[in-house]
Structure formats: structure tokens, C-alpha cells
Design a binder for this molecule. Sequence first.
Ligand code: GLN
Length: 305
Amino acid sequence: MEELLEQLLEDCRHYTAQGKLANYIPELTKGNINDLGIYVVRSDGRHYQAGDYNKQFSIQSIVKPILLLLGLMDNGVDYVRSKIGVEATGKPFDAINVTDQQLLSDHLNPMVNMGAIAMCTLVKGADYQERFQRLLELTRLLAGNPDIQVDEAVYLSEKRTGNKNRALAFLLKSSGMIDDNVEQVLDCYFRACSIKVSCKDLANIGFALTNRGKMLQTDERLFPSQYARYVNAILMTCGMYDGSGDFAVKVGVPAKSGVGGGIMAVVPTRMGIGIFSPGLDDKGNSLAGIKVLERLSQRMYLSIF
Ligand code: GLN
């Protein structure tokens, strides 16, 4: 298996430089376009890795499924569903024009920015610092890594330049879909996106979703299996934004990308996968990362279809 991973990285290495580093968050332009790594955790407990699997990068949108999970753990399915919809948007992650009509909760999706910003308001906590801390703790638990921290430089960079997200948050506020102070909600969202992870962390988080809430080492249940079904279904239909249909055809597993270059893939009952390559395609998904996943899916018959 390790040989296969090495081979796939070798075959796909030339794609890394065909992508572009995200530049709308200035700090992300400091990434190395040639980085490429993968980590796989299988249901028998074995793990395999290759390339730059140890490098750290900001989680960015891959925090969205964790945020959704925490929203579900705090409020249950019915309440979350009543506040934030589940339809695939078919739009870019930061789309503002999700509807021509009045904005409704059914127009939101937890895997794109507006829905994820709204999701921050559903997390329980005395203030937004506590809400964020609870999200960070859940991320550490799912990854089995108590050392996970925020990348302060990425956080500050995104906070300074995140005016599109501000616009989305004010639109939510003006539509009556969030009540709280916009800047505090956004601060939680920006911090969430700046959590620093590795391929190994993503593979472990993905594994918790494939295993429907049960942790690999301890067999302890962190969340009900119903929540994993909910999250995985939305990952399948919208985890790669307006690239989700193409990804479903070519790879065929629930997955989530982030503009930091990470992809977390969830192969139901079989494996959690973490991939990193910061060169992005025009939809903001890791270009070489998708190529590696396509080949891995073909070789190991990973598609659920
Ligand atoms: N922090 C990024 C943003 O809000 C996350 C987007 C992404 O990873 N696609 O713009």
C-alpha cells in the first residue's frame, strides 16, 4: 500500500505546479506549490503515508464538517436542519448570489461560507471565544492530536482581508438569519479556518466519519452514527463546492477541500484519507490532490457508486 501511495504521488507530482496558491488570503501565498502528501487510515487500524504527509497547513473549509458536527451535537438534527439547508449550491464557496429571491435558511449549505458562518451561531458557549475553544477541542479529539493549534498569521491575514465573508455575514444579519454581533461571529469563523493540521490529522478526522463516530484506538463513541450520515451526505453533494458533481463521477466518495490545499476524504467503512497539495484549481480545490484521489479510487475501487 505504501508503495502504491509513493507511486501515485510520483505520477501526479507534475500537477502540483499547474495549480495556483490561494492569494486572496495573503498569508497563503507563502505555501510551497511543490508540496504533495497523503496519509491513509484503514478500518483495520493500519495507516500508510507518503510524501509531505507531516507538513502543517491551515484547515480552511475542511473545518466546515467539524463545525456542522458540533452544531448537530449541540442542537440535534431537526434544529440544525431548520436553520441551515442541505441542498447543493452548485456555486463557488463564497458565492453571494445563491438566490434571486429573499434569502431563506433552505438556501444555505453548511459546506459553503454563508452556511458555515451561520453555523458558528449554533455552537453553544457563553461567548464566541468559548464556542471556538469547543470547536478546537472537538478537532483535537477527532484527530487524536491534542497539540493542534491556530496558525495566528493565517488568522490575522484572513481577518484583515476577509471582506467578502463580512459581506456574507451582513447579508445573513440583514435577512434575520443571525442575531449576534457580526464581527464576533466572523472572528470565530476566521479562527476556525486557521486551525493548523497535517494529512494525518485529516485522515483521522475522516476516519471518525467513516466509522460513524467511533474512535479507532479506544472504540469510544464521540457522536451518534446518525450525525455521520448527515455530514457525509452533505460532503458527497457539496463538499467540493461546484466541483462536487465532477468529483462524485471521478472519485465517488464524500470529501471536503480547503483553500489551504487540504482534502479530507471519507471512504465509508473503509478508510479516512488526508491529502495536501496547495496548488488549487479554478474552483479552489487542490488540483494535484484530486488527481491523486482519482487514481487511488480507480486502483482500490473506492467509489461508492
Ligand atoms: N477561510 C476561507 C474563506 O472563508 C475558506 C474557504 C475555503 O477553504 N474554500 O474564504
